[in-house]
Design a protein around this ligand. Structure first.
Ligand code: CA
Ligand code: CA
Length: 198
């Protein structure tokens, strides 16, 4: 079973309502707080927990400014829902910010900022991070997180290494507020195989 073909309402109150899918390929779409659709024909609301199956689950956000908090490998919190066993995140047309939680070095999947006019941000955790740029707005963070359609990369307070590949391209690198309380920002220009370390 991959779809209920109807609506599922978790109801209000303090209870935590979960939607758990079968194994296989599943498409989740978030429409707003605690709500969305599963595999097109099943809509849900009042849900706090989304659990993907063992196959590939794709979670697509709404066309609005959205904050995605990555809480572990294949796990994310978005619009009031804790989702797990998710392999792909896709933002909407608005500005999406994907932030890896403290100590979380990788989502272990793919992150796409989505099209549209929004400025999409990928922010790494503090610690040592390895960024590899593979093309326009695309690359790999810490080996196992691939990203695309991302306009801004934000390093943590530790050492972030940015490696550019595939010809001359302008690499923009933004750093968060430093320990001295000053907001730092750097713009780097990459060259093939060029390696930058700050
Ligand atoms: Ca899965
Ligand atoms: Ca977006």
């Amino acid at each position: 079973m991959s779809t209920f073909s109807g609506s599922i309402a978790g109801g209000g109150g303090a209870g935590v309502d979960a939607l758990v899918v079968t194994d296989g390929t599943n498409a989740w779409t978030v429409s707003g707080a605690n709500a969305g659709t599963l595999n097109v024909s099943t809509s849900f609301s009042g849900i706090e927990t989304l659990t993907g199956g063992t196959g590939t689950d794709t979670l697509t956000g709404p066309n609005a400014a959205t904050a995605w908090s990555i809480t572990g490998a294949n796990a994310v919190t978005v619009d009031g829902m804790d989702a797990s066993s998710i392999e792909a995140l896709v933002g909407g047309t608005g500005s999406d910010t994907f932030t890896l939680g403290a100590g979380i070095t990788s989502f272990s999947g793919s992150i796409n900022g989505g099209g549209g006019a929004g400025v999409d941000v990928l922010a790494a955790t503090d610690g040592t991070n390895d960024w590899v740029i593979t093309g326009a707005k695309a690359g790999i963070l810490n080996t196992t997180t691939t990203f695309s359609g991302i306009e801004t990369l934000t390093g943590g307070s530790g050492t972030d290494t940015l490696t550019g590949v595939g010809g001359w391209q302008r690499l923009e690198y933004h750093r968060r507020q430093g320990r001295d309380g000053v907001q730092h920002e750097r713009h780097l220009h990459g060259r093939p195989g060029g390696r930058h370390r700050r």
